[in-house]
Design a protein around this ligand. Structure first.
Ligand code: SAH
Length: 196
């Protein structure tokens, strides 16, 4: 019942936009995530010039970090404010263009070309639009997805990765009786059933 209390909870896209507008973004960290540093070798697996995907990217500073290492970064984020703040806070010039396949969506790309952020819902993406990825950094993404959308999210992510890809997933272990989330409580057994 404790975990069940989160099951029907939904954070709408409007609520996420409002969090950005209000500056209610405690999830954003200025420092690169220690677990990405710790597991970088697992993500890269000795490879260079990877295509790395950041689902629900916010303005994660790790995108800049990986791009500076020579990888090509693609993110998706519903908040245009977040996307613009990412480029401006790193002093990166960018251009902006519509995405013909998705009505209302825009793609923001660094002028250097190695960071592309789609401003739309992740559920609008497919591999025919963004291609497939060699690596994924999923921090604050699966755990922020509404519990009712988890299966859809996992199936989409699986469709967006190459066969020999590495997927780093950060989850949070806590007492779901004490916190409502997001991030939502995702038990390990569910991660296994979602990603196999
Ligand atoms: N991964 C980021 C942000 C995590 S918070 C980080 O590590 O800082 C989750 C983010 O997902 C928020 O910025 C929110 O605006 C965005 N978001 C929520 N639902 C989304 C959706 N359906 N499609 C794309 N972005 C979404």
């Amino acid at each position: 019942s404790d975990v069940g209390s989160q099951k029907d909870r939904v954070v709408t896209e409007e609520e996420w936009l409002e969090k950005w507008e209000m500056g209610n973004i405690g999830f954003h960290k200025e420092e690169g995530h220690p677990l990405l540093q710790k597991y970088l070798a697992v993500l890269l697996n000795g490879r260079n010039g990877l295509r790395i995907f950041f689902p629900l990217c916010g303005k994660a500073v790790e995108m800049k970090w990986l791009a500076d290492m020579g990888h090509s970064v693609v993110g998706v984020e519903i908040s245009e404010q977040a996307v613009k703040e990412f480029f401006s806070e790193h002093g990166l010039p960018y251009c902006e263009e519509p995405v013909p396949e998705i009505s209302g969506a825009k793609m923001f790309q660094s002028t250097s070309g190695n960071i592309s952020l789609y401003c739309c819902s992740i559920y609008d993406l497919s591999s025919s639009i963004v291609g497939k990825f060699d690596g994924v950094w999923d921090r604050g993404a699966l755990v922020a997805v509404n519990p009712c959308d988890r299966q859809r999210y996992a199936s989409l992510m699986i469709s967006l990765v190459e066969k020999n890809s590495s997927y780093l997933l950060v989850t949070v272990s806590y007492d779901p009786n004490k916190h409502k989330g997001p991030p939502f409580y995702v038990p390990e057994s569910e991660i296994k059933s979602l990603f196999g």
